[in-house]
Design a protein around this ligand. Structure first.
Ligand code: ZN
Ligand code: ZN
Ligand code: ZN
Length: 149
């Protein structure tokens, strides 16, 4: 972990009221380096010789999620995926149902959708957050399917 990244991770943790412990720093910097959401198993595997137990990683992610630092994503793989919350861009993911390839997209038009939802759901006063993933087939997998057919 380079020093700049480490400093950044320490700042993020302290701002949220966490002590910057080594396991928290390791998990956070792993998320900082990840291009797409990662599973707990991937995080554990990515720790190399600095082994952190799966349960510890889970607890850290759970706490970071509640602090609003980390977002949990459901790719319907039977496990959860996690990424750092991007405060600037409200982005979502398209997931390939065959190979699991992930790409980001922006422009979900959340405000309009929330307003529309509130108009219909009479029992709700506010919308506080949203999650949205799209599922499809990537170029490679859809070519393969055509060839097999
Ligand atoms: Zn993402
Ligand atoms: Zn694919
Ligand atoms: Zn959105």
């Amino acid at each position: 972990m380079d020093n700049e990244r480490r400093e950044e991770a320490v700042t993020i943790l302290r701002k949220a009221g966490f002590r910057a412990t080594e396991p928290r720093l390791l998990v956070l910097s792993f998320l900082q380096n990840a291009k797409y959401p990662v599973s707990i198993q991937e995080i554990v595997a990515g720790m190399g010789n600095k082994s952190i137990h799966q349960v510890t990683v889970y607890r850290i992610l759970h706490a970071l999620k509640h602090a609003g630092i980390v977002t949990q994503v459901d790719f319907r793989h039977g496990r959860s995926y996690y990424e750092l919350r991007d405060e600037q861009h409200d982005h979502h993911h398209i997931v390939c149902v065959k190979c699991g390839r992930v790409e980001d997209f922006v422009g979900c038009d959340y405000e309009r959708l929330a307003a529309k939802a509130l108009k219909q759901a009479r029992g709700f006063a506010t919308i506080v957050s949203h999650s949205l993933e799209l599922f499809g087939m990537c170029n490679t997998c859809s070519k393969r399917k055509v060839r097999a057919a």
